[in-house]
Design a protein around this ligand. Structure first.
Ligand SMILES: Nc1ncnc2c1ncn2[C@@H]1O[C@H](COP(=O)(O)OP(=O)(O)O)[C@@H](O)[C@H]1O
Ligand SMILES: [Mg+2]
Length: 138
């Protein structure tokens, strides 16, 4: 468990995980709106050496950041209403592909997340503090 006391600390936590990430890794991110999932991804992508601007995918299924050490596939299940559409759009090809995947709100369709994914739970604690925990699948 890690307590982040600022957005910069959450970005730094993401950066550290990005620096050690390996091909095929899948990170399932859970926790309420505003808990810091997207900020963590921002750090993670920077940790892999990408200079991309990170924002959550809203009108597309996935954002791909391909200018770092490994390609990163960033999903957000929050607005996805139809799990079949995800599969049709090739979700499995991404997560079993040649990069690293991060999935915000992964618990919305937990059955689509592979067994060996690393689950990370983000919780709001106060205005500027967040609890970040390696968690069991949710
Ligand atoms: N310690 C912290 N870690 C992460 N974000 C924080 C922290 N303190 C305040 N914030 C703010 O909380 C919000 C987190 O947003 P975001 O990462 O988009 O959350 P999520 O993707 O989980 O909905 C940002 O506005 C950020 O500035
Ligand atoms: Mg988000």
């Amino acid at each position: 468990m890690f307590i982040s006391n600022s957005v910069e600390e959450t970005i730094a936590a993401g950066r550290a995980r990005g620096q050690t990430a390996r091909q095929g890794d899948v990170f399932a991110l859970t926790g309420d709106l505003g808990a810091g999932k997207t900020q963590f991804v921002k750090g993670f992508v920077a940790g892999l050496g990408s200079r991309a601007e990170v924002t959550s995918p809203t009108f597309v299924l996935v954002h791909e950041y391909t200018d770092g050490r490994l390609p990163v596939y960033h999903f957000d299940f929050y607005r996805i209403e139809d799990r079949e559409a995800l599969l049709r759009l090739g979700f499995d090809d991404y997560i079993f592909g040649d990069g690293v995947s991060l999935i915000e709100w992964a618990d919305r369709y937990a059955d689509l997340i592979p067994e060996d994914a690393q689950w990370i739970f983000f919780a709001l604690q106060s205005e500027n503090s967040r609890v970040i925990t390696n968690s069991e699948p949710r």
